[in-house]
Design a binder for this molecule. Structure first.
Ligand code: DI6
Ligand code: FE
Length: 399
């Protein structure tokens, strides 16, 4: 099939803003991009089905590289309490926060978790998302961590979406291990990782490195176990304080360090050296009414690739819109619209260790979004507006 009469935001570096090709054409074969370029350079005499896109914009399908879409219950009551003055950390220390979602997730059946997650996943797909990262981390006991990851895998069986899982048992300390963080790592996190990996449920290993969660020394033990299984690592780092998490992650060759509001110069240079992607999560910043923004100018200056993601979760980012994350990334964090689009395509792919998507280039998967817009900046600029016209997953129209 050939798509013609389209503007291509290829997102290929070194080709000018957005890697834009005016009046372009894109040739799809066997679910892959076979050729992309100016329409008048398309080889002649081809016997392929052709679709005229009426001058619309094609981008790589979007990639949400940080989410917690599988969980039980919701935290609307906590939202009300925060409006009455309670802080996120106070609620967490009082047994609410992540732990209230843990109780609901432990109680939910696999089927119920799946149906609940699909409401969020469908919202993301409707915005052109083709790859979604999904974390465990609301079980905090082995069986429930495995249950969450099985649900994450099932999402890809029932919807046209590619799922990358992250094992996040080191997300919070469950009440039964209060004050015994090291025992929790030894008795739950590490044996659970071995089991989840043996079941083929883990694509990467994550953690929450923070005063209310795990120390760098504890995370180091988790990372060493991941590396012994040849699994890549990533980390929730510097979200609420400068705890040294990003530098630790970078030293372990992490794919990404995520949040980063409190990231300092040492963390930035460690990430630049390691090629670790900075995943920025403006939905959590917004929801928690943070005032400290991640050091975007310094990350840009150091050449650290920046991705944007929803962090879709019931507490700090109850947001199932990647387009809104792009808008917030620009308005709250001062990313350019081009950086915002790179952040949900090329750089999001890098944050997941994927090299076969995130750009319009020959040999990559034909995961494409076709938009009813002319200028790619419109995707970031508008709020509450979904201009998706068509969506292809591995070369097949799914919208
Ligand atoms: N940081 C976050 O923003 C999410 N997890 C984390 O480590 C929040 C998860 C939640 O509040 O349920
Ligand atoms: Fe998160």
């Amino acid at each position: 099939m050939i798509l013609t009469n389209a503007r291509l935001a290829t997102m290929v570096p070194g080709m000018g803003p957005y890697g834009l090709i005016e009046d372009g054409a894109l040739w799809i074969r066997d679910g892959l991009i076979h050729w992309a370029g100016p329409r008048d350079a398309l080889p002649g005499g081809l016997d392929e089905e052709t679709r005229d896109l009426g001058g619309r914009l094609i981008t790589p399908a979007l990639i949400d590289c940080h989410s917690h879409v599988v969980f039980g219950g919701n935290r609307a009551r906590e939202f009300e309490m925060r409006l009455e003055g309670a802080t996120y950390e106070e609620l967490a220390r009082a047994g609410g926060g992540i732990l209230s979602t843990v109780t609901a997730t432990r109680a939910a059946s696999e089927e119920a978790l799946l149906q609940d997650a699909l409401t969020r996943v469908d919202a993301l797909i409707a915005e052109g998302v083709s790859v979604l990262e999904v974390k465990s981390g609301y079980g905090l006991e082995i069986e429930t961590e495995l249950k969450m990851l099985r649900v994450a895998r099932r999402l890809a069986e029932v919807r046209p979406i590619r799922i990358r899982t992250s094992y996040l048992a080191a997300h919070a300390l469950p009440p039964e291990y209060a004050g015994r963080g090291d025992a929790y790592i030894d008795e739950v996190v590490l044996p659970g990782l071995a089991r989840a990996h043996a079941e083929g449920l883990v694509d990467s290993v994550d953690g929450f490195c923070e005063g209310i969660a795990f120390s760098p020394a504890q995370m180091r033990r988790v990372f060493e176990a991941a590396q012994a299984l040849s699994l890549p690592v990533k980390l929730h780092a510097e979200q609420l304080s400068d705890f040294g998490g990003a530098a630790l992650a970078a030293r372990h060759g992490a794919l990404s360090a995520d949040h980063l509001e409190y990231l300092g110069p040492d963390g930035i240079s460690a990430m630049a050296t390691a090629g670790t992607v900075a995943v920025l999560l403006p939905g959590a910043f917004y929801t928690l009414r943070e005032t400290r923004v991640p050091p975007v100018a310094a990350l840009r200056g150091a050449g650290v690739p920046m991705a944007l993601a929803t962090d879709c979760n019931p507490g700090s980012s109850p947001m199932a819109s990647l387009l809104l994350a792009m808008n917030m990334g620009a308005t709250l964090f001062r990313l350019t619209p081009e950086e915002a689009l790179a952040g949900v395509t090329r750089h999001a792919a890098a944050a997941l260790g994927l090299t076969d998507c995130g750009q319009l280039a020959p040999g990559l998967r034909a995961d494409l979004a076709v938009w009813n817009v002319h200028d790619p900046a419109e995707l970031t600029y508008r709020i509450g507006f979904n201009p998706l016209h068509a969506h292809l997953h591995q070369g097949e129209f799914i919208k």
